[in-house]
Design a protein around this ligand. Structure first.
Ligand SMILES: C[S@@+](CC[C@H](N)C(=O)[O-])C[C@H]1O[C@@H](n2cnc3c(N)ncnc32)[C@H](O)[C@@H]1O
Length: 252
């Protein structure tokens, strides 16, 4: 078993953009979703777990300033390449800052910096190593919001997941040269083992790569309680494409 960082380095980072794109252009979908939840009205953004940058790129296209944080160098290299040309402003200050860092360490060390909107989207929260770390990410993020700022989280709630047998295998994406499945196995009430299975066709035939890691199972009520303890107010709660969406406002 690998931790989340190793899992991205060994397997998931190399195919992430490919399988996410199966549902349509990720930047277009990010733009639509930011507008749907009224997250497109800020000027300064922190994108926690930015990945290859679907939300960051949509925000840069809209003229925003974005700080993107992620620990996967492959995904951040994709983001930097895609952001070329979008990243500078008329005043010469770069509109994109990219940090290769652990999310919790980054927010803890962000000093006095404040953001209009902090995003932790696309199931990133469940990648943190413990529930305590997830709670700390929420509370540390709250401390870096402007007085009228917003914190938006979206993630898969797997607390009621109880599939057995072959139903534990899901097809994630496929095309003529690659397929991806995942196997989801509950470990206990708070942890789910995810095994990603990627098969690619090479000149000498198909080859399968496997890697597993453990994700957190987090009930929305838990996240809401963490956020309220950190002084945030729940503004919106929704279900969107299999994910829980929670938007909190700084309680000024
Ligand atoms: C499921 S992806 C979501 C990416 C993006 N937000 C999106 O919506 O497509 C989770 C991302 O968080 C990053 N990540 C997970 N845990 C992290 C941590 N502790 N520190 C930094 N990055 C992390 C992964 O590298 C990955 O890019």
């Amino acid at each position: 078993m690998s931790d989340a960082k190793q899992h991205y380095a060994e397997l998931l980072g190399s195919v992430y953009r490919w399988f996410v794109s199966a549902a349509g252009d990720p930047v277009v979908r990010a733009r639509t979703s930011l507008a749907r939840y009224e997250l497109d009205r800020g000027e300064t953004y922190l994108d926690l777990g930015a990945g290859f940058g679907p939300h960051t790129l949509a925000l840069l296209e809209a003229g925003k300033r974005v700080t993107a944080v992620d620990f996967d160098p492959t995904l951040l290299a994709e983001l930097r390449a895609a952001a070329l040309g979008e990243a500078s402003a008329a005043d010469g200050r770069p509109r994109l800052r990219v940090h290769e860092a652990d999310l919790l360490e980054f927010v803890r060390r962000a000093g006095e910096e404040r953001f209009d909107v902090i995003l932790c989207l696309g199931d990133t929260l469940t990648h943190l190593p413990t529930l305590a770390a997830a709670e700390q990410l929420v509370s540390a993020s709250a401390a870096h919001l402007e007085p009228s700022g917003l914190l938006a989280l979206s993630y898969r709630d797997s607390t009621t997941y109880a599939e057995a047998g072959t139903a534990r295998f899901r097809e994630v994406a496929r095309d003529e040269r690659r397929s991806m499945h995942c196997l989801l196995e509950p470990i206990d009430a708070e942890h789910l083992r995810v095994t990603d299975i990627v098969t690619e066709v090479h000149a000498d035939g198909p080859r399968t790569r496997l890697s597993d890691y453990v994700k957190l199972r987090i009930a929305p009520a838990r996240v809401i309680a963490w956020a309220e303890s950190a002084g945030l107010k729940l503004e919106r709660q929704a279900e969107d494409a299999g994910m829980v969406v929670l938007v909190f406002a700084a309680g000024s």
